[in-house]
Write a protein that binds this ligand. Structure first.
Ligand code: TRP
Length: 345
């Protein structure tokens, strides 16, 4: 990990997570300068409330942004979303506003830029996250607290997914705030939801096949955190974590990175093996998880060094070309290709 990033101790502690390097400082200064004269298309993602809302907003938002409002059309959905964003500033109304906004994230395509470029919104999200840290150890997260933080994480997913905000989101190092959530192991539903939704943010980052996102993740401790969840996690968190590792492997830099050292390669292949053994022993028919695991193996087999080692370390059940627990035709084909790459067949 380069020292531009936060150094994370073995037992990730939230209070040792934030440090600002000269490069970060420069970035923030540049970002601030940009905010003083925002490019038109970036301002609230091209959306604005009606003139009736402008008055309310004028006390909350920068003057430049108000100029943009007049040029834009009234849209009642936008008005509603902007109302909720403003309500985030009111601690009494915040919980409701978070819940309503997170429900809008699929139906309102410009939510992400609106959230990112509105004044104070991201700071509010980070504050909400920091409040939860104290309930992780000892584990005392209530279902209500879990649901509230999952709304925030749902909105972070939306920022991670949107092409206009993804890069800002990465450069502000926001995924690092998720370490303490990913590092939990309590089995209750409140904690599992927290882990799954946090993984969902990383999943959203890698979904776009954006090399910048993969390069970012390679400089963090997110991969080992995913591997830990794959090894010990419950069904859903395990599947999302495996999807993330699959997406990293499918990227050329990602594959090289993981195959660069024996420690990294074995960390990944051992966890894949554990999951295969688990599925096999428990007779669980989890085709979705199996699909991700096989895709990861196939991709590893495309790296020459890794392929040689895999020949020896591929789980015994997968060495059998006639095995019957793979049902999906596409996955069967991947499995065949895997055996061919390893000259097992
Ligand atoms: N910083 C660690 C490294 O570069 C990250 C890491 C730990 C890792 N375990 C891993 C990365 C396993 C890939 C696979 O090695």
């Amino acid at each position: 990990m380069s020292n531009q990033y936060v150094i994370v101790p073995q037992n990730y502690r939230s209070d040792s997570m934030v440090s600002i390097s000269p490069a970060d400082k420069r970035y923030f200064e540049q970002a601030q300068a940009k905010q003083k004269s925002p490019p038109q298309q970036m301002m609230f993602g091209g959306y604005s409330p009606s003139p009736s809302l402008q008055k309310t907003l004028s006390t909350q938002l920068s003057e430049q942004s108000i100029d943009e409002f007049g040029k834009m059309q009234k849209d009642s959905d936008t008005e509603l979303v902007v109302q909720y964003i403003l309500q985030l500033r009111d601690t009494e109304k915040r919980e409701q506003a978070l819940s309503e906004l997170s429900k809008k994230r699929e139906s309102f395509p410009h939510l992400a830029p609106l959230l990112w470029h509105s004044v104070g919104t991201i700071a509010i999200f980070l504050q909400e996250i920091a409040v939860v840290y104290q309930h992780l150890q000892p584990a005392q997260l209530t279902p209500a607290q879990s649901s509230r933080i999952c709304s925030v994480l749902g909105l972070l997913q939306c920022l991670a997914l949107h092409v206009q905000t993804r890069s800002c989101f990465l450069r502000a190092h926001i995924p690092l705030f998720l370490y303490p959530f990913l590092n939990t192991s309590n089995k209750s539903k409140a904690f599992e939801n927290l882990r799954v939704t946090s993984l969902g943010v990383i999943g959203a980052l890698v979904k776009g096949d954006d090399p910048e996102a993969i390069n970012f993740l390679m400089q963090t401790e997110i991969i080992p955190l995913c591997l830990r969840i794959m090894k010990k996690g419950q069904e859903l968190s395990r599947t999302v974590a495996t999807f993330i590792v699959q997406k990293i492997l499918l990227d050329d830099n990602g594959l090289n990175y993981i195959c660069q050292t024996p420690e990294r390669f074995f960390a990944v292949s051992q966890v894949l093996q554990t999951m295969i053994d688990d599925l096999h022993q428990s007779q669980k028919d989890d085709q979705r998880l199996l699909r991700h695991i096989i895709r990861c193996y196939l991709r590893l087999s495309e790296n020459q060094k890794a392929g040689e080692v895999l020949k020896k370390y591929l789980p015994q059940v997968l060495k059998d070309p006639t095995q019957s627990f793979i049902k999906d035709e596409v996955v069967k084909k991947w499995h065949n290709n895997l055996l061919q790459n390893l000259s097992i067949k």
